[in-house]
Design a protein around this ligand. Sequence first.
Ligand SMILES: [Fe+2]
Length: 340
Amino acid sequence: MRKITIIGILFAFISSFAFSAEVNVFSARHYDSDIQLYEKFTSKTGIKVNVVSGKDKALQKRIMEEGADCVGDLYITADAGRLGAFQAKGMLQKAGWSKAIKNVVPSQFRSAQWTGIAKRARIIYYSPERVSANELNGMTYEGLADPKWKGRLVIRKSNNIYNQSLVASLVKNNGKNSTANWAKLVVANMARTPKGNDRAQIMAVAAGEADIAVANTYYHALMLSGKKGAEQQEAAKKVMPFFPNQQDRGTHMNISGAGMLKHAPNKSNAVKLVEFLLTAEAQNHIVNNTFEYPMISGVSANELVPGKDMSFKQDNKTSVKTYGAKQADALEVMLAAGWK
Ligand SMILES: [Fe+2]
């Protein structure tokens, strides 16, 4: 009897290992709401989600140093250029995305190695007191170089990945030489030496330090929500969003996305997690916590985010896959222009 019990316990012990399902996520996204989503996934599937959080550079360094010993399955980050550049280093593998994923994520927002899970736009914010509708009429990213904006523009540093992806899209569309010239003119238009995050650019326009700013859509919603305090909420009310390039290729889009790591030990569970993140339930959770746009159709963006009805023209011509490929050129032209 006793022997049987011991064998029984031993069997249960071994089988708990053999059947324990998990997926390891290395995430540079800093949202508590992501953790709540992973918990929902676990309760639905029994697959445990282990999360390693960190900044992109630290996570990438760790993944590369650990090589084949790295237990990471998915690398989750908030910029397509980062995913593309990490793929170019050979650190991602073909994910084998399922039909469920391919059917809901438009092809310009995914590659064989990574896929978007939410969208964002990098747009212009302006002071309605100091910028007229006429001045903004037909405004484009290219138009940021117009001398009429001299001393009126704020945008963050060239080392910022969102700027690198935006400028990469300009390199792709207009060529490197043209974009190098553009960067010089943009630097000449800056109201101050670049500093601060996206929210700080919106604050600068609200405070009258500049008339226009470049920032991502979800930051404006975050400020309006009051989650960043009354001062930022008030500042957010003082600026208006403007979606550039509506008359040509559309507004610059970027993604939060997940890439399949080269040595992923739990690949099929990782695909299942990404499938879950692309369900209406998960997408609703994401858009109402991070104020990003949904990756899939049929889900509404949060009320506070500019362009919430998604009626603005998105740049669907420039695949986000090109951001990684043109990232080095983008940084080079910005630095050459003296963009701090
Ligand atoms: Fe961000």
